[in-house]
Design a protein around this ligand. Structure first.
Ligand SMILES: *[C@@H]1O[C@H](CO)[C@@H](O)[C@H](O)[C@H]1NC(C)=O
Ligand SMILES: *[C@@H]1O[C@H](CO)[C@@H](O)[C@H](O)[C@H]1NC(C)=O
Ligand SMILES: *[C@@H]1O[C@H](CO)[C@@H](O)[C@H](O)[C@H]1NC(C)=O
Ligand SMILES: *[C@@H]1O[C@H](CO)[C@@H](O)[C@H](O)[C@H]1NC(C)=O
Length: 802
């Protein structure tokens, strides 16, 4: 009992596993075989059936009943209902009294008699009475007969019945079911045309990974019934040649009469010409004229005039495979010619796409052509590119932001004409707004309006056009600084978590934080947050020394300031603090080591990576753990205080410049190797400093706070009542020679050529930063993508083409 002769788990339909895997590779992802595993119990039951027994899958209470040639089959749901597995003799076998399984072999009969015996007695009778049966026998050739089951014959429409009444041997409907030569199903590809006996017409056979096989989208319920002069396949509907009178689908759209709007859109599209010339079979979802009439007139107008939107819509309506609805047995997302997939599903009422039903009842309104299938729809499935920003925020489930938009009365802005960029805070971002703010936004239309306008910029800003620190003007003329990070983008201190969702009237980026107008200056910010004035006053002091003073030009810049708290400065000890403040050369170097020529928010750092961030003077190492940043050995106390000059992170230690050595013991200094981030400019300083020794420090590692010192800085005197720095223009002038060439630009989002000059600097710097990050991210994403992919291909037609 220990060793079962069979593997513990077997995939659905053993004989098809290899084909399924090959198919999986060909379509670029593995089908989810795991979902189709045959349980141990089913394997046991199958084995008890004895030789030559095959599975019949049926769903009680429905017409779903297919005879398989398989012994092992997984339990599954078919359109939301449990399918039941029964066993019967495989094709050609019968039970012998007293023996286990099916050990009797049935005699071969001709195709017509075989059809009659396999459940298509009425169609067989028609073939006999018309004389076509005799004609086939007389020809002495092999045939393939697709015979509608008796049940299918019960469901004929009156016009189909009329076409068969008094049929003779040359009856087109009957001849349409006959194909020359013996065509066993295993020889068919995923999609194949078989010329029928009806002159000039052919039958399309398809195989799907849901194990359903179809001919002209009629499901083959019983296949490969061998006959003396060929083979019979039983189908669940009549193959009506009247349904396939068009040579190609685009002609069908033009000539049908119900698709005038679609036909107008298609006439101006390259897509269909290209499809025709590639001779590729496809599926077209065709919204009828009523469907388009349900759209607002202005939007339809825009669709006609906006080439990209029109093309996006048409691509969204084309599935690059012939898809038969009968093969859809559960939820599945089919790829389209556009970037998005279409979600199909089915239930007892039939198949739907994106929640839209195909026709009334279970039968879809379908047209067949030599190049594929067309299904009529009463609604238009819209790709993102044809939805408005308001619809996109709903699709992305940004409910709270949507609520603020309503409170602001700005639905018409996001739902109307124009072209905007919307940076919409995610649901999580809105949930972490300061306490009470959401209620205020709900209640105060003016506040809500400002909030929304701050998140909207004119024109489409796509991430592919963003350069680091580029500025976007909001609708209320606030400026947003856009950031380029490795593998991600930022806006102010927020990160873009879903980028470039293009809609009809603009592009949506979902961001991780709600934005604030950063209108305060750096000094206003520092003054407002008490306990950070030593840094300010140190800067002020430098201003008096023109050779060393710091300068930030422009009313809005994009720097990062790591500002040590007053306590951190005091912890240096009286002597060192005095020295620091007295020596403007040292002070300038120290302050420059706290300034980064780039605006980097906390969120741009991922956990468990070490980022090399060049400061104005040297290099800093930034890490993030449990959401907290560390800069070298300093911990960030409060982060992401955005202001006109950039962003401030408060730290608990002074970051002494890398070449500032303290020695408790008098040791000869050996020149350290130059760290990789030291640039040409700083390298000079580095070499200068190597010779020097600072012997005056006694206490740099101790947490030294002089209790008597209080809030008085040794060299600067008591805090001034009002900060003396100049207003607006930023902090003093001249942050040293090298700092003159700051990279900040205040150009608006505009022509590309403005942006190019700056790009190289940015790339160089960013290159050092985040390099670990890039690799691990890449791998993670890659894997995630593969997982995603594999779950999507469960219903993939056939075995070779796709
Ligand atoms: C910020 O300043 C700009 C002009 O510099 C102004 O248009 C905008 O209204 C200000 N925003 C806030 C919130 O004060
Ligand atoms: C400033 O520092 C003092 C003493 O360290 C502390 O008591 C006070 O809470 C701090 N204020 C702020 C706003 O952090
Ligand atoms: C000031 O600091 C610089 C750099 O550390 C040093 O080279 C210089 O000697 C110091 N000047 C005085 C007067 O201590
Ligand atoms: C930053 O990290 C690098 C590599 O780990 C190290 O060599 C360098 O000394 C660190 N720099 C600082 C300022 O801690």
């Amino acid at each position: 009992m220990a060793d079962s002769p069979l593997p513990r788990r077997r995939p659905l339909a053993l004989d098809a596993v290899a084909a399924l895997l090959v198919l999986g590779v060909l379509v670029g992802g593995l089908p989810s075989v795991a979902a189709n595993l045959v349980s141990d119990i089913n394997i046991k039951i199958a084995q008890e059936q004895g030789p030559n027994t095959c599975v019949i899958e049926e769903v009680p209470g429905t017409e779903h009943k297919i005879w398989t040639e398989c012994k092992y089959w997984a339990d599954r749901d078919v359109c939301g209902r449990k399918a039941v597995v029964r066993y019967d003799c495989c094709e050609g076998f019968s039970r012998v009294e007293g023996q286990h399984g099916c050990t009797g072999v049935l005699p071969l009969q001709d195709v017509v008699k075989t059809a009659g015996a396999a459940g298509a007695a009425r169609f067989a009778a028609l073939l006999e009475s018309s004389g076509l049966a005799d004609q086939l026998r007389a020809e002495g050739a092999a045939f393939t007969l697709f015979a509608p089951s008796d049940q299918a014959m019960d469901e004929l429409t009156s016009s189909q019945l009329a076409a068969l009444r008094g049929a003779r041997a040359d009856n087109p409907v009957l001849n349409h079911h006959v194909v020359a030569n013996k065509q066993l199903s295993r020889a068919w590809g995923a999609d194949q045309l078989l010329p029928s006996r009806l002159r000039g017409s052919s039958l399309r056979v398809n195989k799907y990974s849901s194990k359903i096989e179809t001919v002209n989208c009629a499901t083959i319920v019983r296949k490969d019934q061998e006959a003396s002069n060929g083979v019979v396949h039983i189908v669940d509907t009549l193959l009506d040649p009247e349904r396939s009178t068009y040579s190609d689908l685009s002609t069908a759209v033009v000539q049908d009469g119900r698709f005038r709007q679609l036909s107008r859109l298609m006439q101006r599209s390259e897509l269909f010409n290209a499809m025709r010339s590639h001779n590729q079979a496809y599926t077209l979802l065709a919204p009828n004229d009523e469907a388009f009439q349900k759209m607002p007139a202005a939007r339809l107008q825009r669709l006609e005039n906006d080439d990209q939107a029109r093309e996006a819509l048409l691509r969204h309506l084309v599935l690059p495979h012939p898809v038969c609805l009968g093969a859809v047995v559960g939820p599945h997302r089919f790829p389209t010619k556009g970037p998005e997939r279409l979600a199909f599903d089915c239930d007892a009422r039939g198949v739907s796409v994106e929640g839209m039903r195909f026709g009334a009842g279970a039968t879809a309104d379908m047209t067949l052509a030599a190049d594929g299938f067309l299904y009529m729809l009463d609604e238009v499935p819209l790709p993102n590119r044809v939805k408005t920003l308001l619809q996109l925020t709903q699709d992305e489930r940004l409910y709270s932001f949507g609520e603020v938009v309503r409170a602001a009365g700005l639905e018409s802005l996001l739902d109307g004409p124009g072209d905007y960029t919307l940076f919409a805070p995610s649901e999580a971002a809105m949930a972490s707004l300061p306490f009470g703010q959401m209620n205020r936004l709900r209640a105060d239309q003016g506040a809500a309006r400002s909030f929304v306008m701050l998140h909207v910029s004119r024109g489409r800003i796509l991430t592919e056009t963003i350069t680091d620190n580029q500025v976007a003007q909001t609708l209320e003329s606030d400026s947003l600084r856009l950031q380029v990070y490795r593998k991600s983008y930022g806006v102010e201190d927020a990160l873009v978590e879903r980028a470039d969702v293009q809609g009809l009237n603009g592009v949506l980026h979902v961001i991780t934080k709600a934005l604030r107008a950063a209108n305060a200056t750096l000094e206003e910010t520092l003054r407002q947050d008490a306990n950070y004035t030593t840094f300010l006053r140190a800067m002020d002091r430098l201003r008096e020394d023109s050779a060393n003073s710091l300068e930030f030009r422009g009313s809005r810049t994009a720097y990062t300031f790591l500002v040590p708290s007053d306590e951190a400065f005091q912890r240096l000890g009286v002597t060192r603090l005095k020295q620091l403040l007295a020596n403007t050369t040292l002070l300038a170097r120290t302050l420059k080591n706290h300034v980064v020529d780039d605006m980097v928010g906390t969120e741009s750092f991922r956990e468990n990576l070490q980022y090399a961030v060049p400061s104005r003077y040297g290099g800093l190492n930034v890490t993030r753990a449990d959401g907290r940043l560390k800069v070298n050995d300093a911990t960030v106390l409060t982060c992401d205080r955005t202001n006109r000059q950039g962003v401030v992170h408060y730290i608990n230690k002074v970051l002494m410049p890398p070449d500032h050595h303290h020695h408790h013991h008098h040791v000869t200094v050996v020149a350290p190797s130059v760290p990789p981030y030291v640039t040409q400019r700083t390298q000079v300083h580095w070499e200068e400093r190597v010779e020097e020794r600072d012997e005056s420090d006694q206490d740099d590692d101790e947490e030294y706070v002089d209790p008597d010192l209080g809030r008085v800085d040794p060299d600067l005197g008591p805090l001034p009542e009002v900060y003396r720095g100049r207003e607006r223009a930023g902090l003093g002038q001249g942050l040293g020679q090298g700092l003159q060439e700051h990279r900040y630009r205040e150009d608006r989002v505009g022509p590309r050529h403005y942006q190019h000059q700056q790009q190289h600097n940015v790339v160089d710097q960013r290159h050092q930063r985040n390099q670990y990050h890039q690799q691990s991210q890449h791998h993670q994403r890659h894997n995630a993508a593969r997982v995603q992919h594999s779950t999507h291909h469960y219903l993939q037609s056939g075995s070779n083409n796709y």
